[in-house]
Design a protein around this ligand. Structure first.
Ligand SMILES: Cc1cc2nc3c(=O)[nH]c(=O)nc-3n(C[C@H](O)[C@H](O)[C@H](O)COP(=O)(O)OP(=O)(O)OC[C@H]3O[C@@H](n4cnc5c(N)ncnc54)[C@H](O)[C@@H]3O)c2cc1C
Length: 493
């Protein structure tokens, strides 16, 4: 299901693809990162084209709860545990500048922003320890955090950190404004232009199904990097989480702050007009036994605190975690200084995307600020290496489990999954993925074309998801997102 942000009818004009056109900068992906990057380059007089596989802002950015906050759950202690205080300080400085940039931009562009206090709250003892740690690490980095037990929320908490005067908005309003401003400066935005490859020549050539374009530089702002150079797909952990919108709640019961739980499985809560938005249920892509069950548990939790809540919408989206908790931004190895990437906001991309965009532009024009330099030159610690090894072990386990399950489960001739279900099994020597949706049964190869993981059925989104590196496919096999360059092949029954 799509998020509530897509309910509002908005015109986001775009451009025709011009084969063989030449630009200073080609930006791949029209999410928040791509649009801010493109706008900043256009403001410097560069010619820019944004090539988007689907719709402008239609993927992670459209799924976001869009809490724009310098207090980000328990993110700072994660970065501190895996790096150094100097990196936390740099992250906080970058986030602060991104916050100011975003709010300044929104004010100039007429995008509605509501100022709200942000809370990182705990409901159990482990959470309380995280609240304490976030307070200490954040204060050391200069954030004006307050510790409080006085959390005015309709659910029980045992402590929280508060940062006053943060913000919430509608991310698609922001996207529409960025796109319009970019085009007003001569920037080009092309939808339905999936990029299939980039050659780092002089100039660089970007290949799409519509044709090629060339440019001085190419910026990958696609969530998971779509090029395997630098093996970044193996350095980030793809995580999906849910957003749910509820109506039927008395105005007095709606939260007037933004809440992010720091316990395991912590939930976020904010309002949007007369609606309540609840987020949570983060899990590894393709690794949950039932996404629908996770969504139901979030609904149950919400109704236990707001009994009149009526579910209007349930959606999920994907973001990427790095081993050290700091985004990967910069020049791609073997990209000859022509290909750049930005990814890994760990669910805090409202400010993370803006920080990353500013870094990409500074890398090119050569005006890196001290916080950017610190982030670029951070040293990988043994703890971060341990986190990366843990994720790679999970990938190896998912690979073995997927193949093991497929090979030991023969698909019977004529076997048809019930409505809304999908099942993986072996047909002859081939692992196949078969689903039935709206009465239509479709059989595909179950092997992800990226690195041969066996896909699993996502019973909430009715998609096939790869548990290795987060590629996702429609029930008929087309790529939705992730590093896979092509879809799942049809399998003839
Ligand atoms: C459920 C959820 C809630 C969240 N809540 C918050 C929050 O409250 N606060 C916060 O700060 N952050 C939040 N985030 C994180 C934030 O939304 C994301 O980090 C941010 O939107 C990422 O932006 P992006 O531009 O990197 O990615 P995207 O918006 O996904 O943009 C990438 C674009 O690249 C395109 N693309 C991919 N491959 C290709 C290709 N081959 N060719 C062309 N185009 C391609 C995609 O179609 C997509 O449009 C949340 C995320 C989720 C999933």
């Amino acid at each position: 299901m799509t998020s509530i942000w897509l309910d509002k009818v908005r015109e986001i004009p775009t451009d025709e693809f011009e084969p063989l056109a030449t630009y200073d900068d080609v930006v791949i992906g029209a999410g928040l990162t791509g649009l801010v990057t493109a706008l900043l380059f256009a403001r410097r007089g560069h010619t820019v084209a944004v090539l988007e596989a689907g719709r402008v802002g239609g993927l992670a950015t459209a799924s976001s709860s869009a809490m724009v906050s310098r207090l980000q759950g328990a993110q700072l202690q994660k970065i501190r545990r895996r790096t150094y205080q100097s990196v936390v300080d740099a992250y906080v400085a970058g986030t602060g500048e991104a916050f100011d940039w975003l709010l300044g931009y929104a004010a100039d562009a007429g995008v509605d922003v509501e100022r709200r206090d942000a809370y990182s709250y705990a409901t159990d003892r482990r959470g309380l320890a995280r609240v304490d740690a976030e307070y200490l690490v954040g204060r050391r980095a200069g954030l004006d955090l307050e510790k409080t037990v006085d959390v005015d929320a309709p659910f029980a908490t045992i402590g929280a950190v508060r940062l006053r005067d943060q913000a919430q908005l509608d991310p698609l309003d922001l996207v529409a404004a960025l796109a319009a401003d970019l085009r007003a400066l001569g920037g080009v935005i092309v939808e339905n232009a999936r990029v299939t490859g980039v050659d780092a020549g002089d100039p660089a050539t970007t290949h799409t199904a519509l044709g090629d374009v060339s440019s001085e530089r190419v910026h990958l702002t696609t969530g998971a990097p779509i090029l395997d150079r630098g093996l970044y797909f193996a350095k980030i952990a793809p995580r999906r989480s849910f957003g749910l919108a509820f109506s039927g709640i008395d105005a007095a019961e709606l939260p007037d702050a933004m809440y992010q739980g720091v316990d395991d499985g912590g939930r976020s809560v904010r309002s949007f007009g007369s609606q309540l938005i609840v987020g949570g249920g983060a899990h590894g892509v393709g690794r949950a036994s039932s996404e629908a069950q996770i969504a139901h548990s979030l609904e149950r939790w919400t109704r236990s605190h707001w009994p009149t809540a009526h579910t209007r919408r349930v959606w999920s989206g994907q973001d990427y975690a790095t081993p050290h908790g700091v985004p990967f931004v910069g020049s791609l190895p073997r990209g000859r200084g022509r290909i750049y990437l930005a990814t890994g906001y760990d669910s805090w991309g409202m400010t993370g995307a803006v920080s990353a965009a500013r870094m990409l532009v500074s890398d090119v024009v050569g005006d890196n600020t001290p916080w950017m330099t610190t982030i670029h030159h951070r040293v990988t610690t043994p703890v971060a290496i341990g986190a990366a090894l843990g994720e790679n072990a999970a990938v190896a386990w998912s690979f073995a489990r997927g193949w093991g399950r497929a090979l030991t489960n023969p698909l019977l001739p004529g076997e048809i999954p019930s409505e809304g279900h999908g099942r993986v099994g072996i047909d002859g020597f081939t692992p196949v993925a078969r689903s039935t949706v709206e009465g239509e049964t479709c059989t595909l190869s179950a092997v992800c074309p990226h690195l041969a993981g066996v896909v699993t059925w996502n019973d909430q989104e009715l998609t096939w998801d790869c548990p290795l590196h987060g590629s996702r496919f429609t029930r008929t096999g087309e790529v939705i997102e992730g590093p896979a360059g092509r879809g799942l092949a049809r399998h003839d029954d």
